[in-house]
Structure formats: structure tokens, C-alpha cells
Design a protein around this ligand. Structure first.
Ligand code: CTP
Ligand code: MG
Length: 171
């Protein structure tokens, strides 16, 4: 009983901590589009550097939303300066991680929007953790917990986005 409650508290804590990263990712999906970050340019292998799935509008909107969520969390905890910084690192880090994932996918000849299991679920969470680690110390067991929770959440939100017609594929 006690352990079950502890696990639930831990899940809630992880989701709350990662909220700037999650909402940055969702905002990029919801508001993204237009000019791609790579400006349609190809890499030396003749394939797109990042592809049309990484756009300026999505990246900027997502980072701004992540930072705003961090500000609100910081306001709640009483240190809005730290909140803004953490929100910026988690939100911006998530989108940089996602762009790195797209870069790797293009090098592996995987077209934009095609699945790369594990990479698709991990790229943004690892980006968020790496950049957040510049501001806070995240213990390894918490990192593993964050990754497990994120994979489950990511797959479920993608399925919802697919059902709503925002995403073309369910994964
Ligand atoms: N998006 C965006 N800008 C970003 C990240 C995402 O505009 N920096 C938008 C794009 O419209 C993208 C959608 O969110 O298509 C979903 O993101 P993601 O699943 O990462 O992109 P994919 O289309 O699957 O492309 P890739 O294969 O490069 O991951
Ligand atoms: Mg992607």
C-alpha cells in the first residue's frame, strides 16, 4: 500500500518536473510548420540535414511555452528565476534533442515522419535531461524513472494526436 503510494507520488513528481519538456514537444507538434530549420538544405550524403519535421515556428513556440511553464513552476516554488532557466533548458533541450534525433534518422536514411523506435521516444527526453543537468543535479535512478514514464506518455500522446488527425501515424 505504502509503496504503491510512493510510486504514484514519484510518477506525479516526474511528470511535473518534465512538464516544460512535454509541453514544448506538444506545442511544436501543435503549432509547428512553415520554414524548416535546415532551410531545405542537404547534408554531404545528399539527404536533408534535418527534414521538414523540424521547423522554426515549432522550435521557437515550443521553447517559449516550455520557458513559460518553467516560470509558472518557479513562481509556485518561490524562485521564478530558477524556474525560467530550468524551463528554458528542459523545453529548448527537448527540441534540440528531437532535432538531433531527426539528424540521426536522416543519416540512417529514415524519411521524415517514418518511425525510429526507441530513438523517437528517447531523443527529446535525453536532450531535456542533458540541458537541465546544466542547472540541477538529477540522480541516475530519477533519470531512469523519467525515461520509463516518458516512453509511456510519449506513445500515448502520439496515439491521441493521431486520433485527432494532427499526426499522420500513430507512433
Ligand atoms: N515540429 C516542428 N518543429 C520542431 C519539432 C516538431 O514544427 N522543432 C512539428 C512538425 O510539424 C513535426 C511534428 O511536430 O512533423 C512532429 O514532430 P516529430 O514527430 O518529431 O517529427 P516527424 O514529422 O516525425 O519527423 P522526424 O522523422 O524528423 O522525427
Ligand atoms: Mg522526431
Amino acid at each position: 500500500m505504502n509503496t504503491a503510494i510512493n510510486v504514484l507520488v514519484m510518477i506525479a513528481y516526474v511528470i511535473y518536473f518534465m512538464l516544460p519538456a512535454y509541453l514544448a514537444n506538444v506545442s511544436a507538434l501543435a503549432f509547428g510548420g512553415g520554414s524548416p530549420v535546415d532551410f531545405n538544405r542537404n547534408f554531404i550524403d545528399g539527404r536533408r540535414i534535418l527534414g521538414n519535421g523540424v521547423t522554426w515556428r515549432g522550435t521557437i513556440t515550443g521553447t517559449a511555452i516550455g520557458t513559460a511553464i518553467g516560470f509558472i513552476q518557479g513562481f509556485i516554488s518561490g524562485d521564478w528565476g530558477r524556474g525560467i532557466l530550468l524551463g528554458l533548458c528542459l523545453g529548448g533541450g527537448a527540441l534540440i534533442g528531437d532535432a538531433c534525433g531527426s539528424f540521426i534518422k536522416r543519416r540512417m536514411k529514415i524519411e521524415r515522419g517514418r518511425p525510429a523506435p526507441i530513438l523517437d521516444q528517447l531523443d527529446f527526453v535525453l536532450g531535456a535531461i542533458v540541458f537541465a543537468s546544466l542547472v540541477v543535479v538529477i540522480p541516475l535512478d530519477i533519470i531512469i524513472f523519467i525515461i520509463v514514464i516518458t516512453i509511456i506518455l510519449h506513445l500515448s500522446t502520439n496515439i491521441v494526436a493521431y486520433l485527432l488527425g494532427i499526426k499522420d501515424v500513430w507512433y
